[in-house]
Design a protein around this ligand. Structure first.
Ligand code: RBF
Length: 334
């Protein structure tokens, strides 16, 4: 009996020790998961690694759309969480994480879709959005001048963006614009700013006005508000290109192309490396097509059905040039 009790105590102690060591992952979503694939895929990557590690736990927190509250919410999240590592995503987060990390010197952070170098407790990975932008712009330009049903003679393409921020202004817009201008330098890019990442009704109004002013294809980068853009494109028989994820099923006849970020894999791999002790905290990586984290979905059936082979051939040539390093895009300082 005594031996049994001792073994029982030992088992309990060992299990508790194991549990105490089990990693605890925090996911801080600066916005809302629903309707924003870039956040949803980050959370999926965290869910995947958590499921693989016995005893690991995960807390996913949605901070909502009031950006003025994010730093305070991140502080409370970190203070209450006792996390092994906290992961977040968007280009505005590195600065907030840097501030919060001063109060929690033991806390490790991963910032995806953002850039911060030199804080020994923060790893960041920035997507080379110039690539995603360039390929989408190149396709949009070719479609706009193709004479395809739903296009017009104006050399005009549109964007609806949630807000302006350095990655948008220095990478996404210049990338998209230079792809367009590679087709014809006289292309005009008409950009409408929504002012938030959720107002689908206002995004629908902006799209209607963009299409009416002669844009035949729109790139929406406005989070869940893109629902409104999709609705109007379908109503009017107009076109869209998408960023971040495979969105073809939302409007298979209207979405001509999707460039995707492999954010789920990036979240999974960086969390795994953080837990293995091999993630280079302090470092800022830049990842793109060559590294396999940006992809243009050129074999998707909707793309093949909607886009003429002559255009696909030209787009493929550009993708190959980027993958082989013949065409490179220098990331600016942000
Ligand atoms: N993208 C989304 O899809 N949903 C969002 O709620 C969202 N919020 C953002 C908030 C800020 C302050 C910034 C700088 C970017 C945000 N983005 C959002 C854009 C996202 O980080 C990325 O740039 C785009 O999704 C293009 O890959």
């Amino acid at each position: 009996m005594r031996r049994f009790l001792i073994s029982l105590v030992l088992v309990i102690l060992a299990t508790t020790a194991l549990w105490a060591q089990a990693p605890r992952i925090g996911v801080f979503i600066p916005g809302v998961r629903e309707g924003s694939p870039i956040y949803d895929t980050m959370a999926k990557g965290a869910e995947r690694i958590t499921a693989e590690i016995p005893g690991a736990s995960l807390k996913i927190y949605e901070a909502g759309f009031n950006q003025a509250e994010w730093e305070e919410k991140l502080t409370s999240f970190v203070a209450a969480g006792k996390f092994t590592v906290v992961i977040t995503s968007n280009p505005s987060m590195p600065e907030l994480v840097n501030n919060v990390s001063k109060s929690f010197p033991a806390q490790k952070f991963i910032c995806l879709d953002g850039y911060l170098s030199g804080n020994p407790r923060v790893y960041s990975a920035l997507y080379n959005q110039l690539e995603q932008g360039y390929v989408s712009g190149y396709l949009s330009g070719l479609v706009s001048i193709s004479g395809m049903k739903g296009t017009n003679r104006d050399k005009k393409v549109g964007m609806i963006i949630g807000q302006n921020y350095p990655v948008m202004d220095k990478m996404i817009i210049p990338g998209f614009s230079s792809g367009l201008k590679a087709i014809d330098p006289s292309f005009q890019l008409d950009i409408r700013v929504l002012g938030n990442w959720f107002d689908a009704a206002k995004a629908a109004d902006l799209s209607r006005s963009l299409y009416a002013s002669g844009a035949d294809i729109i790139l929406p980068i406005c989070g869940s508000a893109s629902q409104g853009v999709v609705k109007v494109a379908q109503e009017l028989g107009k076109y869209l290109v998408f960023f971040d994820d495979n969105e073809f099923s939302r409007a298979p006849d209207n979405i001509l192309g999707c460039a995707v970020l492999h954010q789920e894999d990036l979240a999974y791999r960086s969390l795994k490396a953080a837990l293995d002790g091999t993630l280079p905290f302090g470092k800022a990586d830049i990842v793109g097509m060559k590294e396999g984290y940006i992809e243009f979905l050129d074999t998707n059936p909707s793309y093949i059905k909607n886009v003429p082979a002559s255009i696909r051939k030209k787009v493929d040539a550009v993708i190959q040039s980027i993958k082989t390093g013949k065409l490179t895009f220098q990331v600016p300082s942000l």
